[in-house]
Design a protein around this ligand. Structure first.
Ligand code: FPP
Length: 234
């Protein structure tokens, strides 16, 4: 992909796992496992082509409304991935961080998350921000509480509150998202990174996430290269 403009930060709403499996006459959970494999492949690819940050929507705060079987499956899949299956990604210098609330994640899930964060903290390649038990509105509420308590304890004054301080007090201090991808044909944000997406280019594809392999990802990068980003200017 010579001479391509590579976005610094890509967001991916990994949608369509359930439909991918259902259309094949398989249980929805097979779609999640296949989606996890696709994510592993994409993480290596994004790192290889020089993307610095990727935020992926693994589980929203609303996803707890799904059946217990599906929620349990996903939680166990996360543990399995972070404990064993992400080894190759880490050996490729990828760093893993998480965005989301801890409550009500189980101790086992939280431990797997903390362990992989710790294990990969010195890696200098792609930062893979896994949004797990994540909601953008909760993130904004939690940021507001952090800043309010800093103000209350006289750490900051009212004039210190600016866009930069807000960004720094989100779950992770990350640059703006340049390109947002949502798979499976849905045209919604679903409470994903509202603050960080202010100037993002959007790319939607009907492809279900398990089938969103590197060649499909490259099409999104090509589309991004055709956009004329003006950031409010002319
Ligand atoms: C949306 O598809 C996908 C999810 C709710 C889960 C995303 C999880 C993965 C890709 C698994 C791996 C992630 C990590 C971090 C190891 P859906 O179930 O809503 O699909 P549907 O709209 O077709 O029902």
């Amino acid at each position: 992909m010579n001479e391509m403009k590579i976005p610094t930060h890509v967001g991916i709403i990994m949608d369509g796992n359930g439909r991918w499996a259902t259309e094949k006459g398989r249980p929805r959970t097979d779609g999640h496992r296949e989606g996890a494999n696709t994510l592993k492949e994409l993480a290596i690819h994004m790192n290889d082509i020089g993307i610095k940050y990727a935020s992926v929507y693994a589980f929203s705060t609303e996803n707890f409304k799904r059946s217990k079987t599906e929620v349990d499956f996903l939680m166990n899949l996360f543990i399995e991935m972070f404990t064993n299956e992400f080894e190759f990604i880490l050996s490729n210098n990828v760093r893993i961080v998480f965005s989301g609330r801890e409550e009500p994640l189980s101790k086992k899930v939280l431990k797997a998350m903390r362990d992989i964060e710790e294990k990969s903290k010195d890696n200098t390649g792609l930062v893979l921000n896994v949004c797990l038990n994540y909601g953008s509105r909760s993130e904004i509420v939690d940021m507001t509480k952090k800043i309010a308590s800093m103000y209350k304890s006289d750490e900051i004054s009212l004039d210190d509150i600016d866009e930069e301080l807000v960004r720094q007090n989100l779950y992770n201090d990350l640059p703006d998202v340049d390109l947002l991808i949502r798979t499976s044909g849905e045209l919604r944000l679903s409470n994903f990174m509202l603050y960080q997406l202010s100037y993002a280019e959007f790319y939607f594809t009907r492809t279900y996430f398990p089938d969103f392999h590197n060649d499909e990802f490259d099409k999104a990068i090509e589309a991004f290269n055709d956009r004329n980003r003006r950031f409010g200017g002319v």
